[in-house]
Ligand binder design. Sequence first.
Ligand code: AMP
Length: 190
Amino acid sequence: MTNIIFFGPPGAGKGTQAKIISEYLNISHLSTGDILRKKLLENDNLAIELKKIMAAGNLVSDDILNSIVSSRLTKETSKGFILDGYPRTLHQSEFLNNFLSETSGLINFIFDIQINFETLKNRILKRSSEESREDDNIDVIETRYNEYLNSTQNVSNFYKDKYNTKFYEIDGSLEIEEITQNIKQILKKS
Ligand code: AMP
């Protein structure tokens, strides 16, 4: 069983890599952004609330995320999983740690995909025209990037300190295939 967390600012390619690696290892890919985007289609009161938050590039509440992730992980315990987009706050990482220790789960690899702001701005704008995501416009990119710097970077630093031997920094400016190869090499030699 292999359990993996992907970190990286929006547009770093963590969703793309998480999908490729989940197919390669035949484990579940749990993208909290994708789960939330599906939820938006339900058009109920929660969906309307979520839509406002996500379209502005802000983070959805920890309670909602923790409950989504714990209910999904409960079903995934035997196969292994990739977390893509979670944890994004220190409170979420505490919740995850507690959840894993209660279920005797372990994180085996943490990949932190790194990329500079200019490169990711161009990537996100390209993706917005291909996928028509409302949160991929120029005004929102900055909010999402700042959200990452202010909140999620503390979380990846926490893992870097605590899980030093499982934490790998990945150059996100390379081509998709090169990034995949780098990740696969780390998976193979460990
Ligand atoms: P993503 O596809 O991972 O970039 O997520 C898209 C949006 O979903 C984010 O900008 C947040 O509004 C929301 N979201 C996804 N994951 C989380 C999380 N772990 N905590 C809070 N909000 C999240």
